[in-house]
Design a protein around this ligand. Structure first.
Ligand code: ZN
Length: 343
């Protein structure tokens, strides 16, 4: 089958579009005929690698996929050949303390499809049946793939852990990425107000306003930390969504109201930085970190996608053969929403 793989960690130079054997599903798995896959920044980090990440090569890239069940393992009862499905990208054991208490994204054997095991940039993928969600006919494979990882991540962060409530003010640092576009929509849906968004270009900010941002700030034109302070009558906001990290944390913490929460699921500008601890205890702040989301959150947020209350933002759809071009665009960063591969 055709697939986008790499045989060793490194740069985009290592990425190949090639032929590899079709995988075999285990007893609890299905073989998925992939119809669409979506890119995430995670793909680039996995390609680069990190100490402790041990992959079997060639590694098939891609954490987001949707498609049609092509074969089922002998224990699979809930799905049949021909079913259209979306896939929750978080792998969990189903037996550990965390799984049994509904926190399967904290599983002892936590893994992500496309990160620790093979992913979706291929004609076929092996997926545990418990990760599948039936996909209604009116939702495209591209939308399902584009939504899965970023919506479950943003929903778990803002709603389940962040406890975002109607009427609370929110600041989202970053306008264009998949998680941020999802976060703007989810904040809107939750009734948060006002929603402030900091971004790098007027064009991205105009689109953020279309998605539900009330006030946008171009970080190249003004000091956004000061701008938020002024806009909130020196009070700050209830919640900051910051997945930028090193470059933004100081301003994010300063932008919070007393008792405010900083929500984080990642750090696109780097993971290590210093901050003044007096900001944390002196202002009674909480920093709430999460990664991915449990199955219940995946089902809940995808239900919102299926009924149209949340709409995944797709920048461009490329054929699978042009996966490397799509990865290059993601690395360059000039993307609004998701890049999708059509398989
Ligand atoms: Zn578990």
């Amino acid at each position: 089958m055709k697939a986008i793989v790499f045989y060793e960690h490194g740069t985009l130079e290592q990425v190949q579009y090639t032929d590899i054997p079709k995988p075999e599903p285990g007893p609890d798995d299905v073989l998925l005929q992939v119809k669409a896959a979506a890119l995430n920044r995670l793909d680039l980090w996995v390609l680069e690698g990190w100490p402790g990440l041990k992959l079997k090569f060639p590694h098939i890239m891609g954490s987001d996929g949707a498609g049609i069940v092509a074969a089922t393992g002998k224990n699979v009862r809930d799905f049949q050949v021909g079913d259209r499905v979306a896939v929750n990208p978080t792998l969990s054991c189903g037996h550990c303390h965390f799984c049994l208490t509904g926190r399967d994204n904290m599983c002892d054997h936590f893994a992500i499809l496309g990160e620790h095991v093979d992913g979706f940039f291929a004609e076929y993928a092996v997926v545990p049946a418990r990760n599948l969600l039936p996909l209604p006919d009116h939702v495209s494979f591209a939308e399902a793939a584009a939504a899965s990882l970023v919506y479950v991540t943003a929903w778990h962060s803002l709603i389940t852990r962040g406890q975002l409530r109607a009427g609370e003010s929110v600041l989202i640092v970053g306008a264009g990425g998949g998680v941020n576009t999802a976060a703007i929509q989810i904040a809107r849906l939750a009734g948060a107000s006002p929603i402030y968004v900091v971004g790098s270009t007027d064009e991205k900010l105009a689109r953020a306003r279309e998605l539900g941002a009330d006030v946008t700030i171009n970080r190249h034109k003004e000091d956004w930390g000061k701008a938020v302070y002024k806009l909130t009558n020196r009070q700050g906001v209830d919640v900051v969504v910051d997945n930028v990290g090193a470059a933004s944390y100081f301003s994010s913490l300063r932008s919070l109201k007393r008792g405010g929460r900083l929500l984080t699921v990642g750090n696109t500008s780097g993971p290590r930085f210093e901050f003044d601890n007096r900001l944390i205890f002196g202002k009674h702040l909480s920093i709430i970190g999460t990664t991915m989301g449990p199955i219940a959150d995946y089902k809940e947020v995808m239900g919102m996608v299926f009924n149209g209350r949340l709409q995944p933002i797709i920048d461009t759809v490329y054929p699978l053969a042009e996966g490397k071009t799509a990865l290059k665009r993601l690395a360059e960063g000039n993307v609004y929403g998701k890049l999708v591969l059509r398989v």
